[in-house]
Design a protein. Sequence first.
Length: 119
Amino acid sequence: MSSPVATNMDTLRQGLEQRNTELLIAMYADNAVVQVVDKNNQPSSPLILRGKQAIAAFFRDIGSRDMTHQLTDEVVGNDRISFNEASQYASGERVLSASVLDLQNGEIVRHVIVLAWDE
């Protein structure tokens, strides 16, 4: 098991924009929870990922896709980070997500993602 990586905007940016999924995964606590709300996982029944293994599979899948990511509109607090992420597939479709992360001892313990994409 790898040691945790202190979460800050620079490491988040590197993990997401450079598709460095292992760095990104290392920022999550072992018992972290990710909640995803999108067209397929509506607010009344969101996708819930519990634990680092489930979160790792989710981000490895995203990282394997031929797409770019750019973080914008960052807001950084002591124990919370929020940002928007503009992504684009090589084929041109765009995805926009808004994220709020709760931190504890430098690790992500909760991450809420709201997604919208071109169809």
